[in-house]
Design a protein around this ligand. Structure first.
Ligand code: 5U1
Length: 670
């Protein structure tokens, strides 16, 4: 009996490990989320019932152990080295010349090039295939023991894959946070009124050094290996072979590694620089290494850096400049945010003259004042940020910035709720700044999609007080628009035509266009599927709203708050009176249209007779949910030419796949 349970636990662990590897390392899941959860639940049940068979490296242990009071010091058996730098092609050629000098008798070395990830160095030790310890770099000789935290990083295997591995294997690499995950995490933290991070690197470092592993388990950290520490037997004779061998053992290695001669490296560098903003993570250069491990050994070290490798750094992403002023912006939902106006500075290939300060808490934290010399950082495609004030150059006669008490645009009082760091103008749509942002959102492509009504025209219409609410747009005539912003009669007619066409919309787009706080496209789509018409939604109590997917108590309260404002209800009625309408979804009995409620659809590849937005709108109006990725929950995948990974996943998961012709047949009633 006991043997059976033990075997069952072992098999479940092996199965879950394989799925973790497929998902986190290969990026290619072979089962859906719910099947995975089911396996994990089975394992938890068995381990709870038979704790004597629980394995410390079981996948169930990734949720995070008890909080620690501090991190132990760990001495690295093989020091964790740092890298020398070069900053241009000339310095790189000097590095190559030094290599060739030293390897005179051996011949020109083959090199490797790989992205230099901007994160935190980590050493992970495996003994007999089991993860036993993980430590930060520290000073290179001694680091901090962060094993419990590292166990929560899902792409790091707790047990090596396969049967053959060195009894001692120390893997070195970088812990990072991918850009999209960083933005989403910061948004979550902000919603919870918790401290946000300035950039993905700080987020990765702060998370890894967090004392409560349960919190670390909620942070989307990733790891990529780039080298080895102590090792009981060799894994290969070249760096590229070693990386290949690590991959076979289930360790994620950076996919960007290429082999090259020194002449090809310069091209590889500029290719990588050009691709930098498209990569899912931040990089700050390219690491070039001699591929042969025997040559690496011959070359040896100088101080604490190897002679066989260098980092060819990208142009500076940080620069110092002067803060001219702190401007105040008022957003669509009244959020009052400070924006730093800077003396223009050339940074990472672009001229920067504004930087984000997030919110006024950040202004207080940085204690930044007009005239200060500041360090500005530009990270990938993220808005530049002020990271530090050089107070040593400050003119101390300048006072700290005061928190505004009234809106700089409409002079309404400013309010702050306990739950968030943002302060807000209380003027609502009386405030011209809020009105402008609100209208910009209303006309935007994914909302009412009114082409030709841009920011400049909206500014004029608001200034003239011709447009106070979105419904006023529908009362504009071509004659009144002629002459505005140098508009001719043809353009004026086109604008009016675009406004008129937008009346024919979908319920989801309409709800999104209303600009209710925290109701993005996906939530609007979910609301549109749950409530058949606007009257039902207006009356819906909080519990009913919270039944809608993705709608928690905060979003539900924002929806309620929006509809409780009489003026909002009046604008809504006015829009409908102006002719804004959408197809009302009726269940399919007796109808030629299909009822897709409860179904989840994914679109991939190119559609030729309609845009993806149009197809999504139509599917949603039939009750389907349209999402971006394939999982076991997907009902149908619509695949056009050029479909790739999603199509492969759908095939693996046995999801129904149809083409555009079949989709059109289904949507034939439109
Ligand atoms: N990609 C990469 N980053 N990085 C950092 N490779 C790499 N190698 C390093 C370091 C410190 O050191 C080895 C050359 C020992």
């Amino acid at each position: 009996m006991t043997y059976d349970v033990k075997t069952q636990i072992r098999q479940l662990i092996q199965e879950i490990r394989l799925h973790d590897y497929n998902y986190h390392v290969l990026d290619s899941p072979t089962i859906g989320d719910s099947q995975y959860d089911q396996l994990l639940r089975q394992l938890i049940v068995l381990e709870t019932e038979f704790p004597e068979h629980r394995d410390s490296n079981s996948p169930t242990q990734r949720v995070g152990a008890k909080p620690e009071s501090g991190f132990e010091e760990v001495t690295h058996r093989v020091p964790m080295l740092s890298l020398g730098n070069v900053f241009d092609a000339e310095e790189f050629q000097q590095f190559v010349a030094r290599l060739q000098d030293r390897l005179d008798k051996v011949g020109a070395p083959l090199l490797t090039a790989e992205p230099k990830l901007d994160g935190l160095a980590l050493s992970i030790r495996y003994e007999y295939g089991e993860l036993v310890m993980a430590a930060t770099r520290g000073d290179g000789q001694t680091g901090e023991n962060v094993t419990q935290n590292v166990r929560t990083i899902r792409s790091i295997p707790l047990t090596l894959k396969g049967e053959r591995f060195p009894s001692v294997l120390e893997v070195r690499g970088e812990v990072i946070m991918k850009k999209l995950e960083f933005t989403a995490m910061n948004k979550r933290l902000q919603d919870l009124s918790e401290k946000t991070f300035v950039n993905p690197r700080n987020a990765a470092a702060g998370s890894l050094r967090q004392l409560d592993p349960k919190i670390v388990a909620t942070r989307p950290l990733s790891f990529y290996a780039y080298g080895l520490g102590e090792i009981s037997e060799p894994l290969g004779s070249t760096h590229s072979d070693v990386m290949g061998a690590l991959k076979v053992l289930g360790i994620p290695v950076n996919p960007g590694l290429v082999k090259a001669t020194s002449d090809q490296i310069e091209r590889a560098y500029f290719d990588l620089l050009a691709k930098r903003d498209q990569l899912p993570y931040e990089i700050d250069g390219m690491v070039v290494k001699v591929d042969g491990l025997d040559m690496q050994e011959m070359l040896g070290f100088v101080a604490r850096a190897p002679r066989f490798a260098t980092a060819w750094k990208f142009p500076a992403q940080e620069a110092s400049t002067r803060l001219i002023a702190i401007d105040i912006q008022v957003g669509r939902t009244g959020a009052v945010t400070p924006v730093a106006r800077l003396e223009p500075v050339f940074l990472g290939g672009v001229t920067v003259s504004n930087a984000s300060l997030h919110n006024f808490d950040e202004v207080v934290r940085l204690d930044v004042r007009p005239g200060d010399q500041v360090i500005v950082r530009r990270a990938g495609d993220v808005i530049p940020q002020i990271v530090r004030v050089m107070t040593e150059h400050r003119d101390w006669r300048i006072d700290p910035i005061q928190l505004p008490t009234e809106c700089p645009v409409c002079h309404s009082p400013i309010r702050r709720s306990d739950r968030e760091a943002v302060i807000r103008c209380s003027g609502g749509l009386i405030c011209k700044a809020q009105r402008l942002e609100h209208l910009k959102h209303f006309v935007s492509r994914r909302a009412m999609n009114i082409d030709g009504v841009g920011e400049r025209l909206l500014e004029i219409l608001i200034e003239k007080e011709w447009v106070k609410t979105p419904a006023d747009l529908y009362r504009l005539s071509a004659e009144s628009l002629e002459g505005l912003d140098r508009m001719g009669d043809k353009s004026a007619q086109n604008v009016v035509q675009a406004i008129t066409s937008s009346k024919d919309t979908t319920f989801a787009r309409f709800l999104y266009a209303l600009g209710i706080r925290d109701v993005g496209e996906a939530t609007a789509g979910n609301l549109a599927q749950t409530f058949n018409d606007i009257a039902q939604l207006i009356e819906a109590p909080l519990p009913k709203l919270m039944e809608v997917e993705d709608v928690g108590p905060v979003v539900a309260s924002h929806i309620r708050a929006f509809f409780e404002v009489k003026r909002n209800r009046e604008v809504l009625a006015d829009l409908v009176a102006c002719g804004v309408h959408w197809p009302v979804f009726e269940p399919s009995i007796g109808s030629s249209c299909s009822d897709l409620s409860g179904q989840t659809w994914v679109l991939t590849g190119t559609l030729t007779t309609m845009t993806r937005d149009e197809a999504s709108d139509k599917l949603r109006s039939l009750g389907a949910k349209v999402v971006g990725s394939v999982s076991a929950k997907t009902t149908v995948l619509v695949a056009g030419p050029g479909a790739g990974g999603k199509l492969k996943n759908a095939e693996t998961l046995g999801v129904e796949i149809i083409d555009e012709i079949a989709l059109k047949e289904l949507l034939g009633c439109f």
